[in-house]
Design a protein around this ligand. Structure first.
Ligand SMILES: Cc1ncc(COP(=O)(O)O)c(C=O)c1O
Length: 424
């Protein structure tokens, strides 16, 4: 269907046909959901052996009784998991509680109110604090900024990561910029992996930014590959070492989408100075993390053989869902300009862009036909997508058959909204 080369009569005929198709879908009273970026029950079941991993043995390798208080850094065997995910030496890893989002919020709070390098380094000492947010991005990153009253500046995502010319320009011209959000691998939602050049330019930002600048490197999908030969992410740890900017990046990850989403282990990867600065405040918040959960994760992965062996089991479940979404998009929009998307090779999302101004209408049409989509605008700070075109598709929770049904509805809604626009 090529809207640009069709006559008004043809467009009207298409609209009639599609409206009839849409009405017949509506009559089915579907109840499908493509909003939830979380593991399916089938994926969670891959880690059920966590339940019995300890077998009554609560002592860690270094003799720690995990049932008791203490150990702010986390168990060495848990930190080793974080070191493998973040490809960063274990000495630079802290293993925390069940959520990397919590660690990110804590790190942001410490940097803002208390300072990661002493009280004089606290961001709140300055009148305005700003963060760079590549868009589209992860809504909860934006919520953290909003919660702490940090102003957000958007830069567009490209196929190789954030538009680095724009990022460098902003940082050079505005000293109130204190940080930047990054999801470097299988970015939420666009699915791109930052190129080596982008990683190196981000590592070098610490040399041109104002004092106390920190990149929040949220590597939530670092091991969530679907391809057999996945593209490798350049090491930010090494790039920072090369640039002499070790203190400018805080790395985060967790096992939320590796084991149990509500009962995983989260990690912070940072320079020793940053870890010391963070722990100074963390010590007021907790006497130590849940080491029982950390120990059972270490035992679980040892029994699995390797992290990558475990992740291949996830990939086998997720891959057909991604393939289903991509084949519907390709079939419906591969030869026209009604939609564009990045063909993600991992992570949890596929990001779709309609023609400008149509995202809200598409989400509404799909909702009325029984397919729930993430609200339009959710992938932008303050919920404002300037083009009104981005829709995040999350296909992991529904079955392949449900994804298939939902995508049939989705493409019908996109076509219908595009036709309405073309005719108006
Ligand atoms: C980019 C990103 N970071 C962090 C999280 C949440 O991680 P956690 O469960 O470790 O808090 C998510 C969850 O969707 C995510 O997409």
């Amino acid at each position: 269907m090529d809207l640009n080369n069709a006559s008004t009569e043809q467009l009207q005929q298409w609209q009639q046909d599609l409206s009839a198709e849409y009405d017949s879908i509506k009559a089915k009273q579907l109840n499908l959901d493509l909003t939830r970026g979380k593991p399916s029950a089938e994926q969670l079941s891959l880690s059920n052996a966590l339940d019995n991993a300890l077998k009554g043995e609560y002592t860690a390798n270094d003799g720690t009784d995990c049932r008791n208080y203490g150990g702010l850094d986390g168990l060495p065997e848990a930190r080793a998991i974080g070191a493998a995910i973040l490809q960063t030496p274990i000495d630079n890893i802290l293993a925390g509680g069940n959520s990397s989002l919590t660690l990110m919020h804590q790190a942001m709070t410490v940097a803002h109110f208390f300072g990661l390098s002493g009280s004089e380094s606290a961001w709140h000492k300055e009148a305005t604090v700003k963060f760079i947010c590549p868009v589209p991005g992860y809504d909860r990153h934006y919520s953290v900024c909003e919660h702490l009253d940090i102003e957000m500046l958007t830069v567009p995502m490209t196929a190789t990561g954030p538009d680095m010319d724009r990022v460098e320009e902003l940082i050079r011209s505005d000293t109130s910029i204190k940080g930047m959000w990054c999801v470097p691998k299988y970015s939420n939602p666009t699915g791109v992996i930052y190129s080596d050049e982008t990683v190196k330019r981000i590592a070098a930002l610490g040399n041109i930014a104002s004092a106390n600048f920190r990149v929040f490197w949220d590597n939530a999908y670092g091991v969530h590959d679907l391809a057999e030969q996945p593209q490798q992410l350049c090491s930010i740890y090494q790039a920072c070492k090369d640039a002499g900017t070790e203190d400018s990046v805080l790395q985060f990850a967790s096992t939320s989408k590796i084991t149990f989403a509500g009962a995983g282990v989260a990690f912070l990867g940072a320079s020793s100075a940053n870890l010391a600065g963070f722990k100074k405040s963390l010590g007021f918040m907790t006497i130590g993390p849940d080491k029982i959960n950390q120990l059972r994760h270490a035992k679980f992965f040892a029994a699995e053989g390797s992290l990558s062996a475990h992740m291949k089991k996830h990939a086998a479940i997720i891959k057909p869902r991604f393939a289903c979404v991509l084949s519907h998009l390709q079939e419906a929009f591969g030869d026209n300009d009604m939609g564009s998307w990045e063909s993600a090779d991992g992570g949890y999302f596929i990001s779709f862009d309609s023609k400008p101004g149509l995202a809200k209408e598409i989400v509404k049409l799909a909702g009325e036909a029984g397919v729930k989509l993430t609200p339009a605008g959710a992938t932008f700070p303050y919920g404002k997508d300037p083009d009104g075109s981005n829709i995040r598709i999350a296909p992991t929770v529904p079955t392949v058959e449900q994804v298939d049904q939902a995508m049939k509805v989705f493409v019908t809604c996109v076509k219908l909204a595009s036709l309405k626009q073309a005719l108006s």
